[in-house]
Ligand binder design. Sequence first.
Ligand SMILES: [Zn+2]
Length: 330
Amino acid sequence: MALVPMKQILEEAKKKGYGVGAYNVNNMEQIQAIMAAAQETQSPVIIQASRGALKYSNFTYLGYLMKAAVIENPTIPVAMHLDHGNSLDSAKKAIDLGFSSVMIDGSLKEDGKTPSDYEYNVNVTRSVVEYAHKYGVTVEAEIGRLGGIEDGVGSGSAHITDPKEAEQFVKDTGVDALAIAIGTSHGAYKFKGAKVLAFDVLQEVRKLIDIPIVLHGASSVPKELIDAVNKYGGKMPGAEGVPMEHLQKAIQLGVQKINVDTDGRLAMTATIRKVFTETPEKFDPRDYLGPARTALQGLIASKMKAFGTAGHAGDYAPMSLEDMKKIYNK
Ligand SMILES: [Zn+2]
């Protein structure tokens, strides 16, 4: 079994200067595609489930499918991560399901919509850190606020991270990884005007904190995929993401975890639309979910190569949650 705490995957990436994608999953085909890409490129991997995804799958189904990914891929370091936990309770549920990592997003209140304040964020994050570390589980938190809304999460307004506040937040909470807001946003429509990320803010944060940094809303929304969706009956005018060169620059400047959800959705949807359009007689779900899975594997493998994750699966001996517990208890 190579279920590892996310902290190890990210610390190793930080040492060697590469990025690790965290790919959102809702169902079996997505999980299989991501793991096949990890095998193909020999990459450590983070599979993450949002609260929405867990709810959609009634928690147990998705939890066990993610565990199957670990069992079927014993040589790949895998972290099972909760994306955008909103409370201590949501973190507890994920840890009960066997997750090796949780995010607590205290930049928003428990409704996942209302912007919170610094005190609130520190308090809720600290409560999750205290709980999770007892189990050797990694905690990611967020400071600043991302734009966009996805899976019902987001206030719709963005707030770029203040580097000094980030530094203080890490000291106040003891968190393992920090998501910062530098201009990316959730969803398929990321930029209204020029595509600009605040690289200066990232550099400043990197100077002030020593833990891994996380970029949310980091799909590239490739034009080919949008064109394919639209060609086969979709309607996504003006969808835009973060160009891969910008993500690679962010990795160079010290980002370790890159969250990707939208691009995977697009790859599957484009493929399924194509199958329906070209072969309308098909009605077996395997006839469209199979090709969608293959397309997603290709997309994820290309990300693993572009982020520099490829080839690093065998670099280190996987740590268990028990090992991590001992480190936290020191
Ligand atoms: Zn996010």
